[in-house]
Design a protein around this ligand. Structure first.
Ligand code: ADP
Length: 280
């Protein structure tokens, strides 16, 4: 049984984890850095997610993110190392030393080159093409949910809102937590989340990358966004965004979900653009 194997593989002992400093505050509790000693004796730098008020129903939600990540294996998706299911519950993941892409873009704005920004976009599109192949939707694609491993490598993290497409469970996140300014019109209007709505969000995330992590539609209230989208208003080309990238974004923001490219198509286009940028 594959599922049981993978649950077994990810069960780790608290004795093998040394907790370090606080990295940040997650939705469920603090996230710490630390070191994990693997069964082979290797010492791995990790991020440890904790769950503060972890009653049974909260615990189930907290662990559901790890449950999804157990089945994923991709160079541009943060990998799960293990779960400790007895209280206090911990989720142990690979550590991405440079933290959130949004902050990193601001810190390194005068150093990061155009090919590197295109490379980040390409890497995120590859992670999402992998999820597309698994029929999984992410639902929260934004630079705050992309982590930086090195100057040349970013990874998609935070599967807190992810679901398998065929999962019929009603989406219960409170309205105030929804990332409205990143969302496709059908997600705002009907809470419809599909791979095509992930493509829309990916477009907004690439816009953030080329805008040095400005907030999309910062000039609007959440409640005004859908009206603007229905009037045909879209985010405009960031100053340093190549026209070829902006024209891809425009396609990601087609009002009709079927009018948008797929992630596999986006990977092809972004690979071409990246190659041409390097040749210049
Ligand atoms: P949640 O999704 O539960 O709200 P996040 O995933 O946003 O929590 O994590 C909170 C913070 O912890 C993030 O802002 C990030 O700085 C840090 N963090 C989370 N996961 C990692 C990781 N694997 N490596 C490095 N830092 C991380």
């Amino acid at each position: 049984d594959g599922a049981a194997d993978s649950a077994e593989k990810h069960r780790i002992s608290r004795d093998d984890v040394v907790v370090g400093q606080i990295l940040g505050e997650g939705f469920f509790g603090e996230v710490h850095d630390g070191v994990y000693k693997s069964p082979t004796g290797e010492r791995i730098c990790v991020a440890i997610k904790t769950c503060k008020d972890c009653a049974a129903d909260v615990k189930e939600k907290f662990l559901s993110e790890a449950g999804l990540m157990k089945n994923l294996d991709h160079p541009h998706i943060v990998s799960l190392i293990g779960v400790i299911e007895v209280d206090p519950v911990w989720i142990v993941m690979e550590l991405l030393e440079h933290g959130e892409l949004g902050n990193y873009l601001e810190e390194k704005q005068y150093i990061l080159t155009m090919p590197t920004l295109i490379l980040y976009s390409l890497q995120i599109s590859k992670a999402l093409a992998y999820l597309e192949g698994l029929n999984m939707v992410h639902r929260d694609i934004a630079v705050r949910n992309v982590l930086v491993a090195s100057d040349e490598c970013v990874k998609l993290g935070d599967f807190g809102l992810s679901r398998y497409v065929d999962d019929q469970e009603y989406y219960k996140a409170s309205v105030s937590r929804l990332p409205i300014k990143w969302m496709a019109p059908e997600s705002i209007n009907f809470r419809r989340f599909t791979t095509a709505s992930d493509v829309w969000m990916f477009g907004v995330c690439v816009w953030e990358i080329f805008s040095v992590a400005q907030q999309p539609f910062f000039w609007l209230e959440n409640g005004q966004v859908i009206n603007q989208l229905e009037l045909g208003v879209r985010l405009s080309k960031p100053q340093h965004c190549p026209p070829s990238i902006h024209s891809l974004l425009t396609r990601c923001w087609a009002y009709e979900p079927r009018g948008r490219p797929t992630f596999s198509q986006l990977v092809c286009s972004l690979s071409d653009i990246h190659r041409m940028e390097l040749e210049q």
